[in-house]
Design a protein around this ligand. Structure first.
Ligand SMILES: Cc1ncc(COP(=O)(O)O)c(C=O)c1O
Length: 353
């Protein structure tokens, strides 16, 4: 049994997937208890009266081409969030297993683990070293019941890419012992290449990607879990058969057409220029103490007076994310990069222009 299977919960290894209605589009569908008319306002190609294709072939092919992996290594999910949920349900036994995460980081890893009844082990990123990952410390904390090790790169909310050599050391040491999950939700903004090429090197590596950020489709809820085919097979048993709504699938296919991808690249460059503009502007604000370097589409800032910053932004009709509940971020806010007009409006609210 390969490690992606032997690490999984025994109930999932022996689970028989739900037998959904056969997907045979050339035949008239009288096998899925659907109705034969379309609802008002239905603009989808396939028809909202029909259940959508489970793991749609065309979408899987486009995602595989986009991320440079075989189709057998792709599970299309309702955003990265569902990929995290599916991994938790496959690998975490309540009261026994745990995840390891490097804090501060994206909140859903621990929420999904706790819903599953699993533990959460935290290793702090090194604040003094620009929120760097410490592989020795992480590996020293690892134990066999830690089934999922999350590395978010670029990390939310600290905005930095994690060091590739550090990630590699962790992947090498834990290969076959834990699922190392590299969350690359923001990788497109970093100008660094994705680590999907390592799926051939490490048998228990999983990579999360999403169309929510660089492809501007947060509302469609489409993401991807990329991993060894054995892991994807388990995930297909766990994910609900009709989880991807037809309008979302059609929106994703449009976004992944060659024309839209080319347009997206130009927009990405524009946003990176705006990121520099906003970072310079915020660094000059009397309310801001520090703007952290960013490899993502947002900025982490430490404030001299975060209440004042929040109040002024709200008064100008703008909302930023308050991170101060996190013990290592007592003065921090997170700001998404907007349009030039939105960025100027924020800079105006916090004491400039
Ligand atoms: C690091 C990270 N991973 C995953 C997600 C989930 O994104 P989605 O479910 O929209 O793909 C987010 C959302 O903000 C995120 O910040």
């Amino acid at each position: 049994m390969n490690a992606v299977v032997s690490l999984a919960r025994p109930e999932i290894v022996t689970l028989k997937a739900y037998a959904h209605a056969a997907w045979l589009p050339s035949l008239t569908r009288l096998h899925a208890n659907e109705v034969p008319w379309r609802p008002a306002g239905d603009t989808t190609t396939a028809g909202l009266n029909r259940y959508p294709e489970p793991q749609p072939e065309a979408l899987i092919e486009r995602l595989a081409a986009l991320y440079g992996v075989p189709t057998s290594s792709v599970l299309a999910t309702r955003g990265g969030d569902e990929a995290i949920d599916v991994l938790s349900r496959i690998y975490l036994r309540a009261g026994t297993d745990a995840i390891l995460q490097c804090t501060p980081t994206f909140g859903m890893y621990q929420v999904a683990a706790r819903i599953q009844g699993a533990g959460v082990v935290e290793i702090p990123l090194d604040h003094a070293q620009g929120w760097a990952l410490d592989p020795e410390r992480l590996l020293a904390a690892w134990q066999p019941n830690i089934k999922l090790v999350y590395l978010c790169s670029p990390n939310n909310p600290t905005a930095n890419l994690l060091d590739v050599t550090a990630i590699e050391e962790i992947c090498k040491t834990l290969d076959g012992k834990a699922i190392v999950v590299i969350d690359e939700a923001y990788i497109e903004w970093s100008r660094s290449s994705s680590l999907t090429r390592w799926l051939n090197r490490f048998s228990t590596l999983a990579i999360l990607r999403t169309l929510s950020k660089a492809h501007a489709l947060a509302g469609a809820r489409i993401g991807a879990l990329l991993a060894a085919p054995g892991l994807i097979e388990l995930a297909k048993r766990v994910v609900p058969p009709y989880s991807l709504a037809q309008p979302a699938v059609e929106a994703a296919l449009r976004a992944l057409s060659p024309d839209e991808l080319a347009l997206g690249l130009a927009r990405l460059e524009g946003l990176l220029a705006e990121r520099e503009y906003l970072a310079r502007g915020l660094a000059a604000s009397p309310l801001v103490d520090r703007v952290w370097p960013s490899d993502a589409n947002f900025l982490l800032i430490d404030c001299r007076d975060a209440d004042h910053f929040m109040r002024n932004s709200m008064a100008g009709g703008l909302i930023v994310r308050d991170l101060r509940a996190h013990p290592s971020l007592p003065r921090s806010l997170r700001v998404s990069v907007g349009t030039r007009a939105q960025n100027d409006a924020l800079l105006h609210c916090v004491g400039l222009t």
